[in-house]
Design a protein around this ligand. Structure first.
Ligand SMILES: Cc1cc2nc3c(=O)[nH]c(=O)nc-3n(C[C@H](O)[C@H](O)[C@H](O)COP(=O)(O)OP(=O)(O)OC[C@H]3O[C@@H](n4cnc5c(N)ncnc54)[C@H](O)[C@@H]3O)c2cc1C
Length: 437
């Protein structure tokens, strides 16, 4: 892309995944010519292989705001940049198989109205009409959100980089940031394998690489990579390109049209951490071996839900890594341990749908000192220093994969990586019958 590194920059962004590139784009829109550094090619980390679903209704208003803005941005980006993004508003349908999930759908329907996102409860007959390939007899109700959609993650990242560069943003591929330069407790630059850039503001948008990079500088970014699976069928002649995306939370599966084929993914109740000994330095557009045993429970449910699948060819069994955090939420905003360092990382498989909002919000943080919308549940400052513990993150992130389709009860307790931190009276409290939360 650009050839010579500048000596200084108002902002340096580490990582050319969709979140870093979106921030470069939004900074450029505000007249700030930031520099983005990517160790390989843009989108070659996690972004390129995402399923590209853009759902707006998340479990907090803050994250819903990110998704809403992303959906708006993706609608207009192709026209602005001339780069196709594959974005379409084919809508999503979430179904409930039990009364508990039915209650959850009704609450989501309410949340949608409060957040100004149109949604409809679909009668079972209409669902069966919209999704004739699956068994629907046991489905109690369905929630349809027409303004949700899907995008091609690689193309949309390219469009954002094109839009950023057209407005003065600088993007350097094959440039690895080896360390931050810190002076008097503040960021004063970055060292790269191509030279040094002076800056007092750095955004770490390094996806699954962020934890160890930050840790090397005494900054806590709790996350770890876990495996994520989907399958892609052979082409289906009768599958319309505007087929709504389907989510079956109780079966932990999502279903979407993908270039005339059906892409079906699953989020296991208990995920599997990847790269416990570190991410291979050669990682670029890589995929991981498909662990049939790990994916089996969701695969069985897919085949039971759509009997015709058994007679069809499955063209792709895909597995790729994605970062998950201890509480299933991203880390955004200033890192409290190091002045001048900002974070946009730990996307928990929502990085495509978050990306527009992440870029907009981080640009405000970097330019104005604060975002114009509340990001309380997503603040980087919620991390505790003990969460810099890499073994803890490996264990907990695997459980976090299950949060994706889990029920988010108030007071829900996690099961993994317990006892990492203990009070001095721990043993006496245990003997006295204490319960720990
Ligand atoms: C199979 C699968 C399906 C998914 N489906 C969806 C979906 O439907 N919808 C959705 O919203 N999300 C989905 N996701 C999640 C989504 O892909 C991610 O959340 C998103 O791509 C994360 O983007 P990112 O920019 O944070 O990270 P990345 O794309 O990983 O980018 C980080 C970049 O930083 C670079 N980097 C790291 N360290 C350095 C350094 N020191 N110097 C220079 N560069 C560095 C890396 O090379 C990398 O390119 C899916 C994920 C998977 C695995």
């Amino acid at each position: 892309m650009t050839s010579k590194l500048p000596n200084s920059a108002p902002v340096v962004i580490i990582g050319g995944g969709i979140c870093g590139v979106s921030t470069l784009y939004h900074l450029a829109k505000r007249g700030v010519n930031a520099v983005l550094l990517e160790r390989r090619k843009i989108a070659s980390g996690t972004t390129w292989h995402a399923a590209g679903i853009v759902g707006q209704l998340r479990d907090s208003s803050s994250q819903t705001e990110l998704g809403k803005y992303t959906a708006r941005l993706f609608r207009d980006l192709e026209e602005e940049t001339g780069q196709a993004t594959g974005y379409k508003q084919n809508g999503t349908i979430n179904v409930a198989l039990s009364h508990v999930r039915q209650e959850q759908l009704l609450r989501t329907h309410d949340h949608a109205a409060r957040m100004d996102v149109e949604s409809f409860i679909l009668p079972p007959a209409e669902l069966a009409e919209k999704w004739p390939w699956i068994l629907t007899d046991d489905i109690k109700s369905a929630l349809y959100v027409p303004s949700n959609g899907q995008v091609n993650p690689l193309d949309v990242t390219t469009a954002l980089s094109k839009g950023a560069r057209a407005q003065g943003g600088l993007l350097f591929e094959h440039t690895t940031v080896t360390s931050l330069v810190v002076r008097d407790g503040k960021v004063s630059g970055v060292e790269t394998d191509q030279g040094t850039i002076a800056t007092d503001k750095v955004l770490l948008a390094g996806g699954m690489w962020s934890h160890l990079f930050a840790k090397a500088h005494g900054v806590t970014v709790p996350l770890h990579a876990c495996e994520h699976y989907y399958i892609v069928t052979e082409p289906m002649a009768d599958l319309p390109s505007d087929q709504p995306i389907l989510n079956i939370s109780e079966e932990r599966t999502y279903w979407k049209e993908d270039a005339g084929k059906l892409l079906i993914g699953g989020f296991e109740a208990q995920g599997k951490a990847w790269a416990k000994d570190g991410i291979p330095s050669s990682f670029e557009f890589d995929e991981l071996p498909f662990d049939m045993e790990q994916a089996e429970p969701e695969l069985e449910l897919m085949f039971a839900r759509m009997p015709a699948l058994s007679g069809m060819g499955i063209q792709t069994f895909f597995c790729g890594p994605e970062s998950f955090t201890p509480d299933g939420r991203p880390y955004m905003g200033p890192a409290p341990e190091l002045e001048g360092l900002f974070l946009a990382t730990g996307m928990n498989s929502n990085g495509i749908l978050n990306s527009g909002g992440v870029g907009l919000t981080l640009a405000e943080w970097l330019i104005d000192g604060a975002p114009s919308r509340s990001m309380s549940p997503l603040l980087a400052s919620r991390a505790h220093p003990f969460q810099a513990n890499t073994a803890y993150n490996q264990e907990r992130a695997a459980e976090s994969v299950g949060f994706h389709y889990g029920l988010h009860w108030l007071g829900h307790q996690v099961l993994s990586a317990r006892g990492v931190r203990r009070v001095p009276l721990h043993d006496q409290l245990t003997k006295a019958g204490a319960a720990f939360a």
